[in-house]
Design a binder for this molecule. Structure first.
Ligand code: PNS
Length: 172
């Protein structure tokens, strides 16, 4: 039977995991993976990565603030930033044996699979994929930014704090 961390600090896996991403911004889909990951792994490091292939709306520092705020109730979650260097090196320095990733669709797996394979080649690091909850199955940071930019309601996809910051940023 699944033992929930909130009840007795017992986790499904006694292992440190790292959950990397751009989180530009953090969505409720990301948050769900963090909360569920924090129940599975004894320690979960959320790492905000500067992805040179993307032009972010929020700075790494702003994203760090938002993710820290949204995860402050999770005692076994730590948040940090990786502005340069390989994820596997950060994982090693944090003692993480597993990379946690969420997936929504087959398209996500196509995107994620080469990264998982490269990370295994580089450092023998395994990637564990967690299926998105159906309610978050179509939520992405880019779609949320597009909807907010066009004046749509994004309150169902973001925490109130993140939604507030996004609307403020887009109205500048
Ligand atoms: O949320 P994203 O932008 O799709 O996440 C991609 C990310 C940041 C996890 C990926 O680009 C990454 O791990 N970058 C760190 C640099 C690295 O280690 N690259 C080589 C292996 S993928």
């Amino acid at each position: 039977m699944r033992q929930r961390s909130s009840a007795a600090n017992l986790y499904l896996v006694n292992s440190v995991a790292i959950y990397p991403g751009s989180f530009d911004p953090l969505t409720l889909g990301h948050q769900s993976v963090i909360e569920r990951g924090a129940e599975v792994f004894s320690k979960l490091h959320v790492v905000i990565v500067h992805n040179p292939n993307k032009t972010p709306l929020f700075s790494v520092t702003e994203r760090l603030e938002m993710v820290k705020l949204a995860t402050k109730h999770l005692t076994n979650v730590e948040v940090s930033a990786l502005e340069t260097g390989l994820l596997v090196d950060r994982a090693k320095s944090l003692g993480a044996k597993v990379i946690l990733k969420g997936f929504r669709t087959a398209g996500d797996i196509e995107y994620e699979l080469p990264m998982a394979q490269v990370n295994r080649d580089l450092a023998n690091l395994e990637t564990v994929f967690m299926a998105a909850e159906p309610v978050h199955g179509y939520v992405s940071s880019s779609l949320v930014k597009e909807v907010a930019g066009l004046g749509g309601d994004v309150s169902g996809y973001l925490t109130p704090e993140v939604a507030k910051r996004l609307i403020e940023r887009l109205s500048k």
